[in-house]
Design a protein around this ligand. Structure first.
Ligand SMILES: *Cc1c(COP(=O)(O)O)cnc(C)c1O
Length: 469
């Protein structure tokens, strides 16, 4: 263990980390994984309560995903996608199109590259249709879309952005519909619609210079699992139609079942019966839908009715391999089709459409289908929510919220360093968690059992009961 820690400190530059802190808080030295568990080099086990940065869906070392990748390894590991194609990328594109109603998948290697692709594609579309002035972007306050220079330009998390501000392109942020910010007595829905009015005011003045509005549907993950009412998405879709601006759904974190539907923006056209909590202390009613929310029920219309572009990554390969995809409408695709090379979409990554990653993604879609995962998760989430009741009622917990397979709350008395202290205390309880500021969240792999969830809730309660944390 010590050996691996000293070697990592000497050779690896860890992401989102002040390396000096590794002196006092060494990273876990992971040797293997098993279902929802991470196992370190000394054999200690930690429940992966954040799905390894939100990517894992069906557990570590999943036999079915392992088998698909192993099979592909014996065929072709990679071939460039310019001038060549292959079965896994074609099959995956067909299935993603069938699921979203958006055809022609363009591939990147991670989430940030999907954001870059969607932004470039949107601006290039407007250029191709004779409106090159429409090249500006709007995003939400506290939004997160990745950290490469273009993606960071539409991200609004000061810690990640401020230092690099001189490198970035100017973009516009509009008020976030985060339900925690609703006024006294104001419902989450009313607040969301008030925020949509602010977007409209901006569009009314600047639609001519705006290419797209990019948004994380229903949950702003990096903002601290901020949740908002789906009426916001329904309304901003109308506004984007009215003002002729693209709507980019960044489903990198929330896609693939995280919010209770295959894609979060499916919930826009059918707002849930119960609103999110609007005020301090109110509990979130169950966001679980009644009948008619099965995967089979025409998810494609519900996605393409809301989004002009959808960005997918993270869960797409079940947390196995880096892969992202941007899907868009036939209208956008057609605007690039023609004789001139420069009219085509000029973007490439060496590993575009990697066959191993595509096979992992196909195995993930097979699991969704064969195990009826969306419906099974709905039942599981009802049970998990009950297991989290004591956490929700804890005196230190505020704004307890839940959607699909995400649970979160804010710690009322969190002081600087809370996140790091909670992280360490949770490790001592055998749980791997990383609170965002004073927000504690749980985003478990879908294979997590009720017993594992009970242990997780107990670990959170133990951490909360320590006044030093
Ligand atoms: C994680 C994330 C990204 C960036 O993905 P990377 O693979 O980390 O580059 C973009 N948007 C959202 C909503 C994310 O959660």
């Amino acid at each position: 263990m010590d050996n691996l820690i000293s070697r990592t400190r000497a050779a690896v530059w860890h992401p989102c980390t002040q390396m000096k802190q590794l002196e006092t808080a060494p990273p876990l030295a992971i040797a293997r994984g098993e279902g929802a568990w991470l196992i370190d080099v000394d054999g200690r086990r930690y429940l992966d309560a954040v799905s390894s940065w939100w990517v894992n869906l069906f557990g570590h070392c999943n036999p079915r995903i392992n088998a698909a990748i192993t099979d592909q390894l014996g065929r072709i590991e990679h071939v460039m996608l310019a001038g060549a194609t292959h079965e896994p990328v074609v099959a995956l594109s067909e299935r993603l199109a069938a699921l979203t109603g958006l055809g022609h998948a363009f591939y990147g290697s991670d989430g940030a590259s999907a954001t870059e692709i969607a932004l470039k594609m949107s601006a290039h579309y407007w250029r191709n249709v004779g409106q090159p002035g429409k090249n500006g972007f709007i995003s939400l306050q506290n939004g997160y879309h990745g950290e490469t220079v273009g993606a960071l330009s539409v991200t609004d998390i000061p810690l990640f952005k401020a230092t690099y501000e001189p490198l970035l392109r100017h973009t516009v942020q509009v008020p976030t519909p985060d339900a925690r910010l609703a006024g006294p007595g104001e419902s989450a829905e009313a607040y969301a619609l008030r925020c949509a009015d602010a977007l409209e005011a901006h569009l009314a003045a600047h639609a001519d210079e705006t290419a797209a509005f990019i948004v994380e549907p229903l949950v702003q993950g990096a903002a601290g699992m901020a949740m908002y009412h789906p009426a916001y998405l329904t309304r901003v879709r109308e506004l984007c139609d009215q003002y002729k601006v693209h709507l980019i759904a960044d489903e990198i974190a929330v896609g693939f079942g995280r919010t209770g539907t295959m894609f979060a923006c499916e919930q826009a056209s059918h707002p849930p019966p119960d609103p999110l909590p609007s005020r301090e202390g109110e509990r979130s009613p169950s966001p679980l839908r009644g009948e008619g929310w099965g995967e089979g029920e025409c998810s494609q219309n519900r996605v393409s009715r809301v989004a002009d572009f959808i960005c997918l990554s993270k869960g797409i390969t079940g947390g196995y391999l880096p892969l992202s995809a941007v899907l868009t409408t036939d209208d956008v695709y057609a605007a690039f089709y023609g004789d001139a090379t420069a009219r085509g979409f000029l973007h490439s990554h060496s590993y575009t459409g990697n066959p191993l990653a595509c096979r992992a993604a196909l195995a993930v879609l097979d699991i969704f289908e064969h195990d009826n995962v969306i419906a099974a998760n709905r039942v599981k989430a009802i049970e998990f929510k009950r297991l989290m009741e004591e956490v929700a009622a804890h005196t230190r917990a505020r704004h307890f919220r839940h959607l699909g397979m995400i649970w979160a709350f804010d710690v009322a008395d969190a002081t600087p360093g809370f996140s790091a202290r909670f992280h360490q205390a949770a490790l001592a309880q055998g749980v791997f968690m990383r609170p965002i500021g004073g927000t504690v969240y749980v985003m478990p792999p879908y294979v997590t059992s009720a017993d594992e969830m009970r242990g997780l809730a107990d670990a959170i309660l133990a951490c909360l009961s320590d006044p030093e944390i």
